[in-house]
Design a binder for this molecule. Structure first.
Ligand code: NAD
Length: 248
């Protein structure tokens, strides 16, 4: 493990620009369960009934029951050492952007400035009738489904299953993946398309892929150059400490 940490630190220093692709696993230690985990939301809510755009349009109140539960968890969650380590890497000039599948805003709250949100975020709600954007708050989601002053139903600014990704975020993520020298793939099972494409694109353009996860993924043997098995907070913290040691 010590050797892998040292190799990862040397690659991060030596192969700029370095970017990160993150998934639900990076926020697990902030108390936000991964969807597919044993205590994950999908163990209680069937995604076909709760996470598709069709399910939302058909019965917003029902889907808002799950959304409200998730919104409350994310509002209370705090960034963990992994989010902080990525913000620190960016501040040190060793990380150019985080591409995240998460909607919880914990990267920004930890201090990351350059964040591409592939699946939107749950900070904002949008009125289906007049298009007005509302910052989410406890009071706004007291009654579900929440409504705009115009009477329209509010939806979160997230990407439901069967919806396309925000065009600009997708385009930027593709460009950054094709241009990077190293990609850190952290806490994602890499099962959701097209986010799952990013490490493949990076690899095709000769980037070095460093994967950090307590479990192997479909990338581990086919795409990753280095797989560091473990929790994001511990591994990233140790990598940052090693980089500091190399360049005090
Ligand atoms: P996933 O649930 O499919 O996979 C999570 C991955 O994280 C797994 O590979 C697991 O082994 C790993 N993991 C668990 N604990 C970890 C830890 N401490 N450190 C590092 N890795 C850890 O998640 P996904 O690939 O991101 O896909 C799920 C989808 O659901 C995404 O689109 C995401 O938008 C959404 N989601 C978001 C949040 C959030 O915003 N926090 C939470 C759950 C799901």
């Amino acid at each position: 493990m010590e050797d892998l940490i040292r190799r990862a630190a040397a690659i991060i220093k030596g192969y700029p620009p370095v970017i990160a692709l993150t998934g639900a696993g990076i926020s697990a230690e902030s108390g936000i369960a991964t969807f597919r985990g044993k205590d994950g939301i999908w163990s209680r809510y069937n995604p076909e009934e709760y996470a598709t755009i069709h399910a939302f349009m058909e019965n917003p109140a029902r889907v808002w029951k799950m959304l409200k539960e998730f919104a409350q968890i994310t509002m209370e969650a705090q960034p963990n050492l992994a989010h902080i380590a990525l913000a620190e890497l960016e501040a040190m000039g060793h990380l150019s952007v985080v591409i995240t599948q998460n909607i919880d805003s914990l990267h920004q709250r930890a201090g990351s400035q350059q964040v591409i949100e592939l699946h939107g975020n749950n900070r904002w709600l949008i009125c289906l009738k007049c298009g007005k954007r509302h910052r989410v708050s406890q009071s706004l989601i007291e009654e579900i489904p929440p409504r705009c002053r115009c009477g329209g139903i509010l939806r979160p600014d997230v990407v439901f299953f069967h919806e396309s990704l925000p065009h600009d975020a997708y385009q930027q993520a593709v460009e950054k993946s094709q241009q990077c020298g190293c990609m850190l793939v952290i806490g994602t099972s890499v099962q959701i398309f097209p986010a799952s494409l990013m490490p493949v694109l990076a690899r095709q353009h000769n980037a070095i892929i460093i994967e950090i996860n307590p479990e192997e993924s479909r990338l581990t043997y086919e795409v990753s150059d280095i797989f560091i098995k473990g929790k994001a907070s511990e591994i990233l913290h140790r990598i940052v400490e090693e980089i500091k040691r190399l360049s005090p």
